[in-house]
Design a protein around this ligand. Structure first.
Ligand code: HPA
Ligand code: ZN
Length: 337
């Protein structure tokens, strides 16, 4: 078997994928029609322009347009199921998906209903493919801490299968410290903690995030590579980095994959996972991420397998589930090498 084939067959974990950012292009066109063709795109070819970004802020604008297509809670079942089917096609065994609830609540959609449909999609996918999935709610920095605290309340009473919070959205100009109380409250509620950081702002934001928010994992983390002391701190505190290499390439966070700091993180002792972020929007999937790490940064099959094992350790699942996945990963890996 070629290395490429082996890499496709490796069992994988996805810790950082936005449900809305996973909408298949065909489904996007279909949703657009349901809402009365709001976006001026009718064919898959048209979407190539839609998916080309000048920078991170432009990407967020395009992402927001996709949000506008979710005009009913029920669509969450389809898009969650399809996201997991795509992940299963890359032999992903466990997914921790990101749900930005307020992107839809400010348009009138109901939190509990959306969670209900997401969980229906998850249950269907688990029954059909054996894939498991939990949810983290991205409170989206742009909306401010008051909205975030309201979302924590919603999670408390209606957050079935929600295991974590996150802050995504705009980064530069919104200091992490603003969310100190939100993270403290979430911690007291027993939620896990993640923050998108070091994707579109400097290393000082990552330091502040570590100090005041004390997350268990950081999404992206690219800017952290500028400071070895910070990486050592992440390693000491056991904070993992959810790397998103193709996303970083497409938004310009790195100029080429060869310059991506994933190896730098690992050499400093930080546990990393490899993730797609918004797969069709960045023309990627988990197989592509692994293949590109192999081609552009020389990752071997064994190194990629070890990343999978580290991702199990930093996942928000209980010890029994971790042990089940470790055994599954090792037994599939042994058959491949
Ligand atoms: N960063 C911040 N917000 C996002 C992203 C991202 O990569 N993807 C979707 N929302
Ligand atoms: Zn993200």
């Amino acid at each position: 078997m070629s290395v490429e084939e082996t890499i496709k067959k490796l069992p994988k974990i996805e810790q950082h994928v936005h449900i809305v950012g996973s909408v298949r292009p065909e489904t996007l066109l279909w949703l657009n029609k349901q809402g009365g063709l709001k976006l001026p795109y009718e064919t898959l070819d048209d979407l190539k322009d839609f998916y080309a970004y000048t920078d991170f802020e432009h990407f967020l604008k395009v992402y927001s347009m996709v949000n506008g297509l979710i005009t009913h809670e029920k669509y969450y079942e389809t898009i969650t199921y399809e996201m997991l089917q795509n992940q299963h096609n890359c032999n992903v065994k466990h997914v921790e998906c990101i749900f930005s609830a307020y992107d839809h609540m400010h348009r009138g959609l109901d939190f509990a209903d959306m969670v209900k449909y997401i969980n229906r999609g998850i249950t269907r996918a688990r029954t059909e493919f054996g894939i498991t999935c939990n949810i983290r709610v991205d409170v989206v920095r742009d909306y401010g801490p008051k909205i975030a605290l309201m979302l924590l309340d919603q999670i408390k009473s209606k957050g079935d299968n929600v295991v974590s919070i996150d802050t995504g959205g705009m980064e530069d100009g919104i200091r992490p410290k603003t969310y100190e109380k939100v993270y403290q409250t979430a911690r007291e509620q027993g939620l896990h903690l993640v923050a998108h950081q070091g994707e579109a702002a400097g290393v000082d934001y990552v330091w502040e995030c570590v100090e005041y928010l004390r997350p268990e994992r950081i999404g992206h983390g690219v800017a952290a590579a500028q400071d070895l002391k910070l990486l050592t701190e992440l390693s000491h505190r056991g904070i993992g980095i959810e790397t998103c290499p193709m996303s970083n390439l497409r938004t310009g966070a790195v100029q080429s994959l060869g310059e991506h700091p994933i190896r730098c993180f690992m050499e400093a002792g930080v546990k990393v996972s490899v993730n797609t972020d918004d797969p069709p929007m960045f023309a990627t999937d988990m197989n592509t991420e692994y293949l590109m790490l192999h081609r552009e940064l020389g990752f071997t099959v064994e190194e990629l397998h070890n990343i999978g094992l580290d991702s199990i350790e930093t996942s928000f699942i209980d010890e029994t589930e971790k042990e089940r996945l470790r055994k599954q990963f090792d037994s599939e890996y042994i058959k491949l090498v």
